[in-house]
Design a protein around this ligand. Sequence first.
Ligand SMILES: Cc1ncc(COP(=O)(O)O)c(C=O)c1O
Length: 416
Amino acid sequence: MHQTLICSETGQTYDIDRLQNLSDTGKPLLAGYDLDSLRETFTPQAVRARGERSMWKFWEVLPVEAPEQAVSLGEGCTPLLSCSRRGPFEPFSRLSVKDEAMNPTGSFKARGMSAAITRAVALGAKTVALPSAGNAAGAATYYSARAGIECFLFMPEDTPPANIVESAVGGANVFLVNGLISDCGKLVRQGCERFGWFDLSTLKEPFRIEGKKTMGYELAFDLASPRVATRELGLELPDVIFYPTGGGTGLIGMWKAFDEMEQLGWIGSGRPRMVVVQAEGCSPIVQAFQAGAGHADMFPNAHTVASGLRVPAAVGDFLMLNVLRESNGTAVSVTDEDLLQGVHEFSTHQGIYACPEGGAVWKACQQLAADGWLSPDERIVLFNTGAGLKYNHLFPVDNLPRLDHADPDCLDALTD
Ligand SMILES: Cc1ncc(COP(=O)(O)O)c(C=O)c1O
């Protein structure tokens, strides 16, 4: 492959043609590409002209030598929906939502798993394992099934039932653990050593981030406008991006994508301000950012209904904090009550049944506008990272009115 793996801390290179996890210093490995050699053929115009309706339209910067090698279920190419100026959304004139719920298995985790399982299988992996508090489990299950390999999942007992059922139905070996995702991670490590599984944990293998970075490439195309004079496609980035952050793969991935696009000559040096959004009950990155720290401490007693945000310690913490500082961004936390309110507002005013993590970014956006950190006229992108349908258990509706269809007057109640 015309790619290499680079330690995100030391810059040391590693063999890309072997299954790899963390570097010798215990840090994430990132994929590097010979972007100069791609400049001629890999252009925005060429990508736009491709018929491929998945993230693999960017295959030159993904871990394959040809797009046909991908283990794909049609992930990516999600819509960027502009928000109607209704209700609490009224002040925001250029607000949009990248709706990642439209992915296979209902979340952005599909992108990462498609890339990681594609590469793992190409390098001979027969069994993969990971801890997951939700959507990664479903994605790993179905991409493993697609590839014909075995998948071991370790999930906290309080993982949303939909994620557990989805994974069990998809044939994964599911284990429920009486602890947090970090406790599940320990079991995965032990299992990998003992049974030879390949560890697919967030940022502990190099390619989930590659899949997720395609969100950054897509955004530039979603906002592109044709340059009439040169007949080129003028790629654009938003002013601000709000991202619900657990392990941070998407945030780090998008930042990497922007860097690659600049090296390819597709965009200039301007960057969006990146905003990390976490739940108040689990906000290690927010705390570290506010303290001006380079790493985050383990967050004690992590709890939130937004299961994707229940990550008390992240291996890529220093990478996220770098992105926030380099982009002039910030980090905010939202209470569970607020983020569930955010889901209601997305649902009733925008027609988007967002996941709680998506509800959180909307409330964080409102909060930062109220604080004057951003102007409602800026071009803002919110990430709805998953489908609200997987979180139905958070919205009990037992008190709906019942009607007796045999009663001819049953609709009378509506006239009061
Ligand atoms: C719906 C949802 N949003 C956000 C996240 C956090 O993603 P990341 O690990 O990229 O920070 C997750 C992770 O589980 C998730 O399922």
